[in-house]
Design a protein around this ligand. Structure first.
Ligand code: HEC
Length: 184
């Protein structure tokens, strides 16, 4: 559970930092902000980070198909950190389950817990191991990003085989968090 604490603290920091920076930011590089969203779950936005009604991170896709920065980042991080086991675009492999199926029912806290703490399941045919990634800065500092990307895939909002285009520049909050996340 220690790792979960780190992961959620990171996420909490992101939200707090977004709130702090909300007063002075310019909005000229956020064309997607007022465009209709294909994600009916996206409820609020602070410096490019979208949250759903429960306050969990979510994606936002503008009418022109461009995704918010975190979803774009999650696409890249997923393919460098998770793809090797979970298959391209979250579709699964013979080794590990398709996360776009998992996220149809799995909620954000459980996702964070499995990613941070890992899971080993002994099955009759094999032992299935999801490694604990809670100490991996390349995963934990971008766990929200990976989650929102996979959520967009799970909801069918991001079609298979497309390389997502981002709608704006990297948010100031993301730049700041990258420098401070997990003391890195
Ligand atoms: C070394 C291979 C490997 C890597 C790398 C890996 N996983 Fe896994 N993961 C697995 C396996 C195997 C399972 C299935 C464990 C089980 O049987 O419950 C799993 C399970 C999961 C689950 C639970 C799925 C469910 O339906 O219960 C989540 C969520 C998950 N992984 C997320 C990730 C994310 C996100 C990344 C990248 C940051 C990642 N994994 C990287 C092997 C891996």
């Amino acid at each position: 559970m220690r790792h979960l604490g780190i992961g959620l603290a990171c996420a909490g920091f992101t939200v707090a930092a977004a709130l702090l920076s909300a007063t002075g930011g310019s909005s000229q590089d956020k064309p997607a902000k007022d465009a209709p969203s294909t994600n009916s779950a996206a409820k609020s936005e602070e410096d490019g980070k979208w949250l759903d009604a429960e306050g969990f991170p979510t994606y936002n896709i503008a009418a022109d198909g461009k995704v918010d920065w975190y979803t774009y980042s999650g696409f890249r991080r997923y393919h460098s950190e998770c793809h090797v086991c979970h298959g391209p675009e979250g579709e699964g492999s013979t080794y590990a389950p398709g996360l776009i199926e998992s996220l149809k029912t799995m909620k954000y806290p459980e996702f964070m817990q499995v990613v941070a703490s890992g899971r080993t399941v002994n099955r009759p045919d094999k032992t299935s191991v999801m490694p604990a990634l809670g100490d991996n800065v390349n995963v934990m500092c971008y766990a929200d990003d990976i989650y929102v990307y996979l959520k967009a895939r799970a909801d069918g909002a991001l079609p298979r085989g497309s390389r997502p285009q981002r709608s704006g520049e990297k948010p100031e909050t993301a730049i700041r968090n990258e420098k401070t996340c997990m003391g890195s």
